[in-house]
Design a binder for this molecule. Structure first.
Ligand code: PBG
Length: 334
């Protein structure tokens, strides 16, 4: 009988498996592919418009025709899904966010044109009122408080509006209680039983959404903060309860947001529920890397890929990221 090899140096040399690129490739545990990416894009009214977003280097607001080009680019790069977010003109914003229910609003027009031109990729639409309200909140207000059940009724109508326009995945990001179940029922009652729901299940009240609010124009409007509906950054068990509820209400996929500062939550959600689990690398995370790279303080592509890999390592099945096209290009080159 051969004696067991003692699991120690010098018999064990961990560096052997790292000695060259081919050896490292053989033992790599997590891999990234364009299939892992969902590309959020910002929309703006008009034609042939590409408007830089100051706080997000290389990110632009796109008119619908340009968003169609972006969808074509996504298809060429193998990115499976695109997620349009609107910059709504201030004069169209009101206390109820009524623009969200218009069948010809920016998101609806983008869904229709993208579906027409690029039927091979998925469209994920965000359900929440903040791009449309004069106060910048995700729901209806009564004085200083956000009304839950009244908001859920409107969110159901918003979801139906998006489904009619061609959205494939409805993603409620509002954090009202009970909205996933209500939206599921509303979709089913309208004959949209094949439309998926990706719930922003554990969404934290985070300062990392700052550049996004700049991009959709809700930052200057926002009265107060979102701490009565988005989660407290100190909580982890509560995230498990949120995710469990959304699954029970019919979510097909769950999401954790923000991403990098909440990788422990991504890991815990994936290992606890085994659901298709997504992470949103949000605008502020993007801005940190892009701004540092602009100053040559970080290598742009390496920081981008390392941050994306960390999501896969934590167990995410996919990542919503503004880096999607750049990352896909980098993956296809390697
Ligand atoms: C809307 C919504 C937000 C984000 C996605 N959907 C902003 C917020 O909740 O204030 C943030 C995305 C990002 O920062 O990239 N409810």
């Amino acid at each position: 009988m051969t004696p067991p090899i003692p699991p120690a140096f010098p018999a064990i040399r961990m560096r052997r498996n790292r000695k060259s690129d081919w050896a490292r490739r053989m033992v790599r545990e997590s891999r990234l592919s364009p299939d892992d990416l969902i590309w959020p894009v910002f929309l703006v009214d008009g034609d042939n418009i590409r408007q830089p977003v100051a706080s997000m280097p290389h990110v632009e607001r796109l008119s619908v025709d340009q968003a169609v080009l972006a969808a074509k680019e996504a298809r060429e790069l193998g990115i499976p899904c695109i997620a349009p977010f609107p910059y709504t003109n201030p004069e169209l914003r009101d206390a109820e966010g009524s623009e969200a229910l218009k069948s010809d609003n920016l998101v609806s027009r983008a869904c229709r044109d993208i579906k027409d031109a690029v039927p091979e990729i998925g469209i994920l639409t965000d359900v929440a009122l903040d791009p449309y309200t004069s106060h910048g909140h995700d729901g209806l207000m009564d004085g200083d408080s956000i009304l839950n059940d009244e908001t859920v009724d409107i969110l159901c109508q918003q979801a139906i509006n998006q489904a009619k326009a061609g959205a494939d995945i409805i993603a409620p990001s509002d954090m009202m209680d009970g909205r996933v179940g209500a939206i599921r029922k509303a979709l089913d009652d309208s004959g949209f039983e094949d439309i998926q729901i990706m719930a922003y299940a554990a969404k934290y009240a985070s300062c990392f959404y700052g550049p996004f609010r700049d991009a959709v124009g809700s930052e200057s409007q926002l009265r107060g903060d979102k701490r009565t509906y988005q989660m407290d950054p100190g909580n982890s068990d509560e995230a498990m309860r949120e995710v469990a509820l959304d699954i029970a209400e019919g979510a097909d996929m769950v999401m954790v947001k923000p991403g990098l500062p909440y990788l422990d939550i991504v890991y815990r959600v994936k290992s606890t529920f085994g659901m298709p689990t997504f992470a949103y690398q949000v605008s502020g995370e993007y801005a940190m890397i892009a701004a540092a790279a602009q100053n040559s303080w970080l290598d742009h592509d390496r920081a981008m890929m390392e941050s994306l890999m960390s999501f896969k390592r934590a167990g995410a099945d996919g990542i919503l990221t503004y880096f999607a096209p750049a990352a896909a290009k980098s993956m296809l080159q390697d």
